[in-house]
Write a protein that binds this ligand. Sequence first.
Ligand code: SF4
Length: 351
Amino acid sequence: MQNKNEKQNIRNLSQEQLTGFFSKHGSKPFKGKQVWEWLWKKYVLDFDKMTNLSIDERNLLKKNFFIKPAKINSYKIAKDKTIKVAFILQDHQMVEGVLIPAKNRITACISSQVGCAYGCSFCATGQMGFFRNLSYSEIYDQVILLTGLSHEKYNTGLSNIVLMGMGEPLANYDNVLKAINLICNKKALAMSPSRITLSTVGLVRGINKLAQDKVKFNLAVSLHTANDKKRNYLMPVNKNNKLADLAESLKNFYNTTKNPITIEYLLIENFNDSLEDAIELAKFCKKFSAKINIIEYNIVDNVPFKKPSTKKIEKFIESLEKYNLVVNIRKSMGSDVNAACGQLAVKTASK
Ligand code: SF4
């Protein structure tokens, strides 16, 4: 139970709760709205810099609350200008994010958990195990900090956000949705939800919940094989989230929200790169509306997989296109600093 004199994390309070706090202490309720704007719109995280509050009001906040945001601990810039960032959290745990520059866009890839419980066999994060969920403010902090770094390094802000970093976003559903709502809130960051993509390993219940909640952002699924036996091996989550159920949940998501779905497919030599694999994938994707992203495999320590030859990749894509599917190939970015897909595991960033 919380001690009455213990300070609270002010960023756990809603605008209504802040308003209530000021009323209770004899101040004008609109002060709550002003504090909310300092915290979430102006990202001012020092009570002394909240200049439209009186000294007494600032002291009242200091007496009752604390603010401990995530901070950038270190970063490393790859040859292709991708930046891998290590964030340090208030309990000294670390997570990673990535800034990915492309022709007309800067994408921020952010994390939703410290570590991950799902243990996909190709993924460095999965090898770490699970530590804890991120709070919604820690997810939001990553976006703010990466926006600042993007301005500093590329002279422009973020155009897209993908929740594709460490952790499974749907296993931290409430905090992830709360953070996305804040990012899109017109009174906070005002980003369009169509510029945000949540990437899941394929949690059927979570996808159905997204449909039920009628979310407005895009969905990506790390599929990597459309064969249950192979997927059970590659991604143990498949044992309780079979492909047939996954396809049903994606159909439901698309029919309810009409938001785009992307199927992510990591091509691994002699594992999921044959003609039969392509046919299984095409048949799976035909059950709902989706485009396919083929991802080049990136080397991860202690993982025995390899990337197929360019010829084999081209053949695989050709066989998918025969089914009139939209297929893109996603080049690996930042692999020389372990910032590419599946390589995040908090170990190498340095400023
Ligand atoms: S791929 Fe995603 S869900 Fe799988 S272990 Fe890595 S972080 Fe977890």
